[in-house]
Design a protein around this ligand. Sequence first.
Ligand code: GMT
Length: 372
Amino acid sequence: MRIGIVCYPTFGGSGVLATELGKALAQKGHQVHFITYRQPVRLDGFIPNIFYHEVQVPTYPLFDYPPYETALASTLVDVIKNNNLDLLHVHYAIPHASAAYMAKQILKKEGKNIPVITTLHGTDITLVGRDKTYAPVVTFSINESDVITAVSESLRNDTYRHFSITKEIEVIKNFVDVSRFSRKPIDAFKKMIAPNGERVLMHASNFRKLKRIPDVIHIFKEVNDKIPSRLMLVGDGPERPPAEDLCRELNLCDEIRFVGKQEQMEDILAIADLFLLPSETESFGLAALEAMAAGVPVVTTNAGGLSEINIPGETGYMGDVGDVKTMGQQAIKILRDDEVLKKFKVRAATHARKYDISNIVPQYEKLYERFL
Ligand code: GMT
């Protein structure tokens, strides 16, 4: 099949998922065309049947806001026509679903039908998409998609709750390439972060408010008061400066390391003992699944789709949003004893295998085959 994929090219979960899906489809012999404004971060190396088309957004003195959606729709028309694509799969509704709708209508006039699959990822529904400045367009373009998928049951239910959706939303859960995350820890790296064998706690995100970075730090403090530990904060975003202030305030600067955006998550996760994700909302929590795949148990909130992937007492524990005391105690329970920790690590890795890329990608292929 010749498949067009539209996504954000950034470190965010939707972009990561879309890129990994495209790579896996290409490996299975499909021709995959990525259409976005920058080379996706996980699209590294040369793969013969993957093509990347950059959306150019020319500016003009009149434009305070360059019209990306128009540029994307025009690029889609061009790429679909010139490469004779069979279907278009867009990830994250805003503005990808409406740009796809526009491209579909233009092509229809020219006698070409291009099926559009929209995958909803999270904040496009639970946060940004609900804003009344976007909601009518989001609702319309989701309803106009030929197929709608959501990455968790929770997101599916949220979508029905927040928007007037007239179509079936199918759930295809996120996936992880387990083989990629089955790395041995690099000893020198572990020694640098935890020179005296301290436990290594980790969090990775885009440091937005909803990730509740202060909660990550407070949970870490609970743990570090009882068990010598280190915290690695991976990623970057608007909440980093206040987080640095909080570390200073709590006198934890020597124990907490901000390492910025990182591409080699598999090597970083390999040295972790526990992953923290105390988000306010999380449609799925791909970062937590990647941690589990690397054999790292997780302590998360029970928000959104997190309760679909984190099994309390098996892969980790869950607490209510903001309940840092409970999540701190849960973390201690996992980390206190070597044997207990080992069991959590094994169970987390075993559980992640259910979400291996080899189990989930065929679900997307099956969905695409409906249009052949
Ligand atoms: O977590 C983010 O803020 C990034 C966001 C994105 O769209 O890139 O992630 C969302 O999609 C991921 C992949 O499906 C999910 O694993 C995340 O849970 C979801 N984020 C939220 O719902 C907050």
